[in-house]
Design a protein around this ligand. Sequence first.
Ligand code: ZN
Length: 445
Amino acid sequence: MNQRLVRSAGSRAWALGLIVTGCLAAASLALAAQPAPALRAPSTASDPIGALLAQQEAQSPQKALPMVIGLKLGESAARSRFMVELSDPVDVRVFTLTSPNRVVIDMPEVLWRLPSEARPSGKGAVKSYRYGLFRKGNSRFVVELNTPVAVGKTQMLPPEGGSGFRLVVDLTATTAAEFLAHGGWPKDIPNAVAALDGAGTPQLAGRGGKRVIVVDAGHGGIDPGTHGQSGLVEKDLVLSVAKELKSALEATGHYRVQLTRDTDVFIPLRQRVNIARAAHGDLFVSLHADSNDHREVRGASVYTLSDDASDREAAKLAEKENMSDIIAGVDLTGENNPVASILIDLVQRDTINRSVRFAETVIGALPAVTMVRPSSPHRGAGFAVLKAPDVPAVLIELGYLTNTQDEQVMATEAWRKHVAQNIASSIDKHFSGELGLSPRQAASP
Ligand code: ZN
């Protein structure tokens, strides 16, 4: 690790203690990192092995990514200091968002190699923090706050006494009015969701006469979802089931499958909906795992979109899953336009009927491979990710990571394969019931 640091420090130019203050809302730190000298590709004829190595180098850009190797939190009554240790200096942008109050620290894509995590005491301004990939090329810390703060001073300090580069962000107490006045998405970068809509959208699967199934692995990147006691994390579990489901569906030859993500990356909820619509999805299946304060609660359940939640627990769950964008620090300005929801009502009613029918098929089949919640396993609530008006959609909570038995089975590859196979069979059964209708007719009133 240290060797790498020394090498990195030598290969990059950095400016000592560049300090940016002033604009509290968007302090941007630009450290001129000199690009490494371009690798000259050896000619294949004279050096075939060298050419191969250069090719491999080009194919694994991860190697060149800076690493986050440490994190310290200094807390006092007047100031909280967030210190991030890095292998290389990076450009950083710090800004604040409200509802809930957060500080967002954006940086280029980095690798996370944190040996341990500094836990906030709860007494300072920092309530909690998350970090991860926000989108390709952009990693992010989101710091949730107990109290309003001013982003005082942002510095990138050079290596010293065996440490790496240190990014220091000071948060000092301020009034709610001041925080509000300086908060918000920086003006020189476009609305986060809008910016993500084009750039982050994966290549869409063509139809080719087949039904299109959009499989959505919940959470990802900076938003880990829930986790079990053994360390099993929702975002990883659901991604692996999503990949299994894709294979199972493709093996039938009846479907084209579009994954909303196939790596550990954050995708805003609205973008997941947009992916389903752009792919002309015939069905959208969002995969999640649940948590519950009562650790004995276990089993899978299936959710469809509904204005009125079927019960308090379903409403709370939807609220929790809808937090994804907030957790990741997405600008939600302009979301939830009530006029739009009236216009799409007619289409949506038919879509919801189809969603409910599919949910019942899944609930009927799942008990063959996994435990299903004994009481009301199919419920409705206002899940943002299920809101494509013309794509039938369900959200499957595969089980409870807070339940030891559920967590144990969900950790096994056999269970994931069986569950994926079972859901694929339900999809087959669902569409064989709609035979005679063209896919698009089937999804329109
Ligand atoms: Zn979830």
